[in-house]
Design a protein around this ligand. Structure first.
Ligand SMILES: NC(=O)C1=CN([C@@H]2O[C@H](COP(=O)(O)OP(=O)(O)OC[C@H]3O[C@@H](n4cnc5c(N)ncnc54)[C@H](OP(=O)(O)O)[C@@H]3O)[C@@H](O)[C@H]2O)C=CC1
Ligand SMILES: O=C(CO)COP(=O)(O)O
Length: 296
């Protein structure tokens, strides 16, 4: 039995705290206190040997600066996103606080609500420290099949980029463009995220695995995805603020689209879908954008 502290009691942190409780001693903490029997102070949670970080990518940099003290914990980062303000990946953001040997990143297709119902799920623990990845893979319950990989950057790119493609897929659905267009967008999205990942040294095979195609197909084809629902909102002509207010939860694809835009300003990369998603978030007509993407 391992002592696990989950930080961030949103949808995903709560679902993972539930899942990890099958085999471990789990406590949870969050910015907003919750009335839960295992809810503890941040100080208590940080004393656990295993820490699960469920704070969104856009907020974690400030959070780490203000709250985190490393004292040998093993850290599993479960967020999926790239920081909009800087274009930094999560492994870069965490590096000044946690040594590479102590950190792992979770990827794979996993809606929190299904994990919370103990439905079968398969995930990947990614770390440059293989022993640590195996250690974290062991904490998962019987209904979650856990794999390990050393391709941290591939997992990060795939997990973050698929949220942007899911926004595009939601727009496609919202505009009623049909299943042919959706399949084209999703498969071109997979190629686009792979091309981006390869430029950062990711492994090609990661993009056809659970954290790549697996998570992309899940998120880009279901209204259960918050990012897909952002796309539906954009297709209806709503702006970002209205959409986020209705959603009431995080949609990492928005910040990540801005991050990809920031990155593409400095690097010569061809990111057509991400570019259109960024432009639609900035007010471009979705009909125009999808026409630009899907017609000759
Ligand atoms: N939901 C899902 O199915 C999955 C989500 N993910 C990823 O997990 C991450 C979290 O998503 P999810 O839990 O669903 O999102 P939610 O919107 O449900 O929750 C967001 C969480 O972030 C915390 N938070 C927000 N801003 C801050 C801040 N400034 N400082 C500290 N804490 C903050 C909130 O704390 P509080 O509520 O206490 O204010 C809350 O715990 C995202 O990166 C998402 O992409 C990955 C796989 C599946
Ligand atoms: O990452 C997820 C599933 O793997 C959750 O996606 P959404 O944030 O779009 O709901």
């Amino acid at each position: 039995m391992k002592s696990i502290g989950v930080i961030g009691a949103g949808k995903w942190g709560s679902a993972l705290a539930y899942a990890f409780s099958e085999k471990n001693d789990v406590v949870i903490t969050s910015r907003t206190p919750r009335d839960l029997p295992n809810f503890v102070s941040l100080e208590e949670a940080l004393k656990c040997e295993y820490i699960v970080m469920a704070i969104p990518a856009q907020q974690v940099s400030t959070w780490l600066k203000e709250n985190f003290r490393f004292n040998g914990q093993k850290v599993l980062v479960v967020a999926k996103g790239i920081e909009a303000s800087s274009g930094r990946f999560l492994n870069d953001i965490y590096r000044p606080y946690v040594p590479d040997a102590n950190i792992a990143f979770l990827s794979g297709p996993s809606f929190a609500v299904e994990v919370q119902k103990s439905l079968p799920t398969a995930l990947v623990v990614n770390s440059t420290n293989e022993e640590l990845a195996r250690d974290f893979a062991d904490i998962f319950p019987s209904f979650i099949k856990s794999y390990t990989s050393t391709d941290v950057i591939g997992a990060e790119v795939a997990g973050a980029y698929k949220n942007v493609i899911a926004i595009a897929a939601g727009i496609c659905e919202g505009l009623g463009l049909g299943k042919n267009a959706a399949a084209a967008l999703i498969s071109r999205g997979l190629v686009e995220m792979q091309r981006f990942g390869l430029a950062y040294g990711a492994k090609k095979s990661t993009f056809t695995g659970l954290g790549g195609a697996g998570d992309l197909f899940l998120t880009a084809s279901s209204t259960m995805s918050r990012n897909f629902r952002v796309g539906l909102g954009l297709a209806k002509g709503k702006n970002q603020d209205e959409i986020l207010k209705e959603l009431g939860e995080v949609a990492e694809g928005i910040g990540t689209a801005y991050a990809l835009h920031e990155i593409s300003e400095h690097k010569d990369l061809y990111l057509p879908i991400a570019k259109e998603v960024y432009e639609m978030l900035e007010g471009k007509d979705p009909q125009e954008s999808l026409k630009d993407l899907l017609s000759k």
